[in-house]
Design a protein around this ligand. Sequence first.
Ligand SMILES: Nc1ncnc2c1ncn2[C@@H]1O[C@H](COP(=O)(O)OP(=O)(O)OP(=O)(O)O)[C@@H](O)[C@H]1O
Ligand SMILES: O=P(O)(O)OC[C@H]1O[C@](O)(CO)[C@@H](O)[C@@H]1O
Ligand SMILES: [Mg+2]
Length: 523
Amino acid sequence: MDSLSPVIGPKLVVPLRSVRRILGPDLPPNLNRICNKNKKINGMHAENTKPRAASSAAAIDFGDRDWKSKYEDDFQARFNIPHLTDVIEDALPIPSTFCLRMRTPTQDFADGYINNNDRVLLKVINYSSPTSAGAECIDPDCTWVEQWVHRAGPREKIYFKPENVKAAIVTCGGLCPGLNDVIRQIVITLEIYGVKKIVGIPFGYRGFSDKDLSEMPLSRKVVQNVHLSGGSLLGVSRGGPSVSDIVDSMEERGINMFFVLGGNGTHAGANAIHNECRKRRLRLAVVGVPKTIDNDILLMDKTFGFDTAVEEAQRAINSAYIEAHSAYHGIGIVKLMGRSSGFIAMQASLASGQIDICLIPEVSFNLHGPHGVLRHLKYLLETKGSAVVCVAEGAGQNFIQKTNAKDASGNVVFGDFGVHLQQETKKYFNEIGITADVKYIDPTYMIRACRANASDGILCTVLGQNAVHGAFAGYSGITVGICNTHYVYLPIPEVISYPRAVDPNSRMWHRCLTSTGQPDFLD
Ligand SMILES: Nc1ncnc2c1ncn2[C@@H]1O[C@H](COP(=O)(O)OP(=O)(O)OP(=O)(O)O)[C@@H](O)[C@H]1O
Ligand SMILES: O=P(O)(O)OC[C@H]1O[C@](O)(CO)[C@@H](O)[C@@H]1O
Ligand SMILES: [Mg+2]
């Protein structure tokens, strides 16, 4: 991507020079900030996933009277959801075997099927100006452009005979509250369609290659109460066999419906598996369910487990607050998950109202110096007597020695900034001769192992059901999500082209700053 190209909204790339051509050299301050911010974010996440190659939006000529309709057509093509019939022309639909159990079905009460042409609007704010807070614009005038995505749900026609289906479920990456709820709902919904052969692949993609691991037969009876505990009934792992080995194994096992629960990495794998299946012309549906406690998947309102994490984090924050408040010059530090995205830290800080400083990977800060975090802690002790800090795990990595260590999936292993901050805080107050009682709480794995709360329980239920509806409808290479409170199907590449991050220019981050009252910690 042209390093001068700002990303104004997700992946809508407008070359900066064309913005400048229209607006002149002086960009509105907001747009300037957007440009700078995105350069920073793209650089920061380069290790993980590269931003998608500039789409045709990069070549938009705003002088063209039809640019808007061309953009909308391009968007529609990008968000088209792949279907088995794209490569298997003779795949014929049959009437759905899914029906709601009504003792007295009436004509008025439709079967509840979704029309294939139903769409959901992805963006709902019509920004009147690029300078409007948090504006996501495509052109310099911030013209309203419609971006429609496919509505999820059961279809009247299906592309699999339930008696011929062997469905497999896998959970990959780290744990996340709600995994069991999704597994449970997939199994229950498959059975309602009439599927008898349902298996779990143990310990992520590794379960396809490790000869000691055997498939776990699944049924409503097996999964009935799994949602009452956290973790994954199937186990999780990072790393594993190659895509072609996975597809070989699926062919051997006779799997023709594959449900993949995981984050960005898992979805990259799922999409590669889908492409390999297409290459082999297999009648096999691959459907993802985004699992990321960090909430770092693009375009969705949220991912399951995130709400639970924010809720559970309150206990740690409250403990840190009580410790800090009860000590003479107490400072509480809480570290929360978020490798490259500070959503949990931001939302947990907002929810608690007890945080004085929230540090996230997306926003740079100084530790030392007249405007640094430590100096502000001193001010807080002087004025309030105590302070509570919430840090996302990916924050402040520039202060820590890099190790080059990677996990089995190739993700960079981070240093512990929470511990570093604790040590630096102690050292700082020691050096300036002020008493400070520093307590550090790292609740990350306790949070991740929780069972889903009620709101995540509902989200998991709907996502699990829709994953099955999507597979039966013949879609493959898709994932399910919630956009503007409606459930949708999205093509996998569009949601994983880079990890979703907190926008430092967003209303939500501004609200967080308003709530904590923290300065910007920059010189
Ligand atoms: N680009 C890729 N292509 C194929 N498979 C991949 C790719 N990236 C990751 N994977 C596989 O996906 C699985 C999970 O990846 P990863 O460990 O990154 O977790 P994740 O899905 O991103 O979830 P989390 O949010 O917990 O990190 C691993 O088995 C890994 O080998
Ligand atoms: O220690 P593990 O299992 O590799 O998982 C840690 C990672 O998982 C995540 O929660 C994402 O699932 C990250 O925030 C974190 O870095
Ligand atoms: Mg990952």
